[in-house]
Ligand binder design. Sequence first.
Ligand SMILES: NCCCC[C@H](NC(=O)[C@@H](N)CCCCN)C(=O)O
Length: 459
Amino acid sequence: MTAQLKESIRDSKSARWFVLITVSFLMLTGYFFTDIMSPLQGMLRDQMGWSNSSYGTFAGSYSVLNVFCLMLIFGGIILDKAGIRFTGTFFVGVMIFGAFLNYYAMTDTFNNGGLGYEFLNSFLTDYKPSLKMAMIGYALFGVGVEIAGITVSRIIVKWFKGKEMALAMGLEMACARGGMLIAFTASPFMTGADKVISRPLAFGVILLIIGLLAFFVHNMMDKKLDAEVAADETVESSEDEFKISDVFLLFKNPGFLLIAFLCVLFYSAIFPFTKFAPDLMVQKYGFAEEFSGWIVGLLPIGTMVLTPVFGAFMDKKGKSASIMMLGSLLLIFSHVIFAYLPSNTAFAFVAMVVLGFAFSFVPAAMWPSVPKIIPESRLGSAYAMIFMIQNVGLMLFPMLLGYVLDQSNQGLAEGASLDYTSSMTLMVGCGIAALVVAFFLRVVDKKKGYGLDLPNIQK
Ligand SMILES: NCCCC[C@H](NC(=O)[C@@H](N)CCCCN)C(=O)O
């Protein structure tokens, strides 16, 4: 990362906001595809013969390569060595390729014996070839979208450092949530009257390609900025490169460890939950499949507005440590409603709105807190490690949710609704653990003086 002293293209307001639009759109397309299958769980059960465990295993496959092949660590290293343009373009390509395989797994061409079908049918025969192909695709997609996410965070820092950075990050997250919203609400309709699962996926792949084109536009701006910086002899380079030795230092920092634990616990009770939430709406609250996504869509709608608002509040007033505790408390409150309260439509709305507040409070407070705990020279490594630890939860919890759902509904009568109580109890547990960690983070903050409760913008 560099510090410019002379005027450059990043000093032009319109240029940097334009760059933000291009990369935010890219993230919108990525988050859209991430959740494109979430409202289709029922169709996957009926048409593809996927059990709930299979669906959960598919959802968890998103993180398998990120966790077992340490892809986010390699992504961090590649980003430092090869730069933003190469890393972004390459991993968006990986994302598109993975998404395409995921789409292909749902097509009649594949399922009627297309390329790879026989091979995937020749082992682990309890699992459908469509599941295996979709998992390969989704795992590659997960690598691409996560590294693209890290790259985009870097891009925002590059263009907005010392300027409207928290607002820019909040707006980028809001756009990404917009992608989730479109997935939840539009995906079931895109299957059409004849419920063809591959249709929304095809649309998702096309949207990702448009996202790549938007990233090419960013690349042109980035090239111009780099040329200006290279020509500016007053610029000194700093050292925020990914270093393996940094990882060991990070693990000695109690603040970092607590943020990483909070991240994995909190997000494990959000993203894996959203994978099952549309089906929960059908099974527990009796919504029609097509409309279940609209209730879940309340979650991203709320966060799109609230995340930048709370981000701006914490920029000015602080209180991030306290707000992370409040967000974890609301998370528990919401999941308790889903798990244990009667199946009343009003409860579903209330729980989703409360979850929206939790999902705005914690991300808006947590991500800008990392630079207060970790020196800037190790920020790149810190974000990559946090994402990596978070991915362990994003891998395990969907699998656990699906498994518990199947186990707790054994011997269910034909046509009866699935009981989500045990699965949702897991989510309540995550929320309680997140609250405990948030409490300790606040205690450690007071002791070490990180200043998490202080405003982000220093006067
Ligand atoms: N500038 C920080 C951005 C982090 C946003 C955060 N995303 C993640 O944590 C991803 N690693 C996981 C996304 C999984 C769904 N695509 C967020 O709050 O979205």
